[in-house]
Design a protein around this ligand. Structure first.
Ligand SMILES: [Fe+2]
Length: 573
């Protein structure tokens, strides 16, 4: 077993390729289709993964699907020999292929065969088709990228729901994952947080970070949300919560969700005020997560922790888990939502068939497409744009930042996961507090309360952060040292925290050079880094999308590889 392709079909569709136990490519379909949270079958992502590795689909040793149930779209797009599926799914696959059109008017129902211009994905005779449980896929994404081969490890997975499970506890040891306990929908802390997010007028399943960003502006009102969430005690579910009226709807090919609880919660939000409501939502989530997780650390007898599932996008809860002092290792898979399931399923299958193989810690998330300087120059010339070639973009860009210019920074392979990590980023100096407001108003077109995050030199992180550690993926926040808050005010949240990316020279040398040069000019070895996208759209993937964003926002300067574009006039704000 060598090459495994993971394919997430559904919310946050994605594909990932694992070769010899290493993730070599991973991308969400939204980056190609430009529809945030795209839920269509991830054809573009699959094509990219195979092309990147120079492979054809018939060369694959396995495809890994992160669900216990075969999604009916899979046998439509992939030519799976019937004997390759588990018995119960053979019937499902053939049923889908044969019969859907029998029950709906011709031309109105879902297609069961592809149009002529879309060739089905062919598999070789050696290729296995493996269905991997949703939460096992989440657990595998964290454990098999953690580098914890020998240490006994607690792995916790939490999300809205997947394969009927909302919370699961795993033990990782000797490169195996053992399920210790799981709970169903009634345990869903993810749905609670998402319902509260909808109550604030935002989207369940994608906007939860807005609630988290607003929370520090309020004061928790203990007990105000009783009756809307599950309660854990001593590592067990003490009282579940019955979620009713839940459902998904398709908005431009992306699934979004709604539950009945959102309405009464909105009444509570109106009574408490949005800030206090958010603060209480966050308090409940953190309290319940601790009641769940901390006892299991003792039961499993470890100080090594891995987490995955969308609930682990809550960087504040991750921070407070770290600050309990009960962990030596905290590894949250940096793409913990369902877009990370393709990676998890593929790793799970690889290590199932290679039980003695060892894994390395995931080094970086630069797993998407890249474009050479030649590619970029062609795009610029085709559009007749004025640009200059710069010898040392890291030096020139640092000078731009020191003059408070807002930069688009497009380099190398695109990041997978929700964070821009210095390859598809918008950058600005963090030393003036008003820079946060300028970017919110003129580039991101969003609410003023929303915080921005710093990228800092790994070797300088201790200068800025309390109890810092290497944090390459912006998946945990930290308290900022009180004496340093005023030095980088645009990237310190109202509660005195920051969600940093620590940058290593050996992993991203050009980005490291940029921050170092900025430090030599200003004395601060940290910059403001936010994702390179237009509001409501996915992070840019191709140079032409970076150009659209550049001209559609208040960006001053754009770096595309070694090329620099500058607007003739500073936008008026
Ligand atoms: Fe999930």
């Amino acid at each position: 077993m060598k090459a495994v392709l993971g394919i997430q079909v559904g919310h946050d569709a994605a594909a990932a390729l694992v070769i010899d136990g290493r993730v070599v490519a991973d991308v969400a379909e939204e980056r190609f289709t430009r529809v945030k949270n795209d839920s269509s079958f991830p054809l573009h992502s699959i094509e990219f993964c195979l092309k990147f590795a120079g492979m054809k689909s018939v060369d694959l040793d396995a495809i890994a699907l992160p669900s216990r149930y075969l999604n009916p779209e899979v046998p439509v797009f992939i030519d799976i020999p019937n004997d390759r599926l588990p018995a119960e799914d053979r019937t499902l696959a053939s049923r889908v292929k044969q019969s859907v059109l029998n029950y709906v008017a011709p031309g109105r129902g879902p297609a069961t065969t592809l149009p002529l211009y879309q060739k089905p994905i062919a598999l070789g005779p050696q290729c296995l088709v493996e269905l991997v449980d949703h939460h096992r896929s989440h657990a595998a994404s964290a454990y098999y990228t953690s580098g914890l081969n020998d240490e006994r490890t607690l792995v916790v997975t939490m999300d809205g729901i997947g394969d009927g499970v909302a919370v699961a506890i795993w033990k990782g040891e000797n490169n195996r994952l053992e399920l210790l306990k799981s709970w169903g929908a009634e345990s869903s802390l993810g749905w609670f947080y998402s319902n509260a997010t909808e109550a604030l007028g935002w989207r369940h399943g994608s906007d939860e970070w807005k609630t988290m960003g607003l929370a520090p502006y309020g004061t928790p009102k203990a007990g105000a949300l009783d009756g809307f969430h599950p309660m854990f005690e001593g590592g067990e579910l003490k009282q579940g919560h019955k979620y009713t009226g839940g459902g998904a709807w398709l908005d431009h090919s992306a699934y979004h969700y709604h539950f009945d609880d959102a309405r009464p919660l909105a009444d509570i939000a109106a009574r408490l005020g949005r800030e206090d409501f958010s603060a209480e939502t966050q308090r409940v989530f953190e309290f319940q997560a601790h009641e769940l997780i901390l006892p299991w650390l003792e039961r499993v007898g470890t100080r090594h922790f891995c987490g995955a599932g969308g609930a682990f996008l809550n960087v504040k809860a991750n921070q407070n888990l770290w600050y309990t002092g009960k962990l030596d290792t905290q590894w949250v898979y940096p793409n913990p939502g369902d877009a990370g399931l393709a990676v998890g399923a593929a790793l799970s299958v690889y290590f199932k068939y290679n039980p003695r193989a060892r894994h390395e810690q995931l080094r970086d998330l630069y797993l998407g497409p890249s474009y050479s300087d030649d590619d970029i120059r062609r795009v610029l010339d085709e559009r007749g744009l004025a640009y200059e070639h710069v010898e040392d973009p890291a030096r020139t860009a640092a000078a731009d930042l020191a003059q408070d210019r807002i930069l688009g920074w497009f380099q190398g392979r695109m990041e997978s996961g929700p964070r821009a990590l210095g390859n598809r980023s918008i950058l600005m100096s963090p030393v003036k507090a008003e820079n946060k407001d300028i970017i919110n108003r003129c580039v991101k077109y969003r609410e003023a309360f929303r915080p921005f995050c710093p990228s800092m030199l790994g070797e300088r992180a201790g200068d800025y952060l309390v109890s810092s550690r290497e944090e390459r993926f912006m998946i945990t926040s930290f308290a900022v040292r009180p004496e340093r808050k005023a030095a980088i005010p645009a990237v310190v949240h109202v509660d005195g925290t920051a969600r940093p990316q620590t940058v290593r020279k050996d992993i991203n040398p050009r980005y490291h050079d940029l921050i170092r040069n900025f430090g030599e000019l200003t004395g601060e070895y940290a910059i403001l880094n936010t994702s390179f996208n237009v509001k409501g759209e996915p992070i840019v993937c191709q140079p032409r999308e970076a150009l659209k964003c550049f001209f559609d926002t208040g960006l001053d300067v754009l770096y595309l590889g070694s090329y620099r574009l500058q607007k003739p006039k500073r936008p008026q704000v």
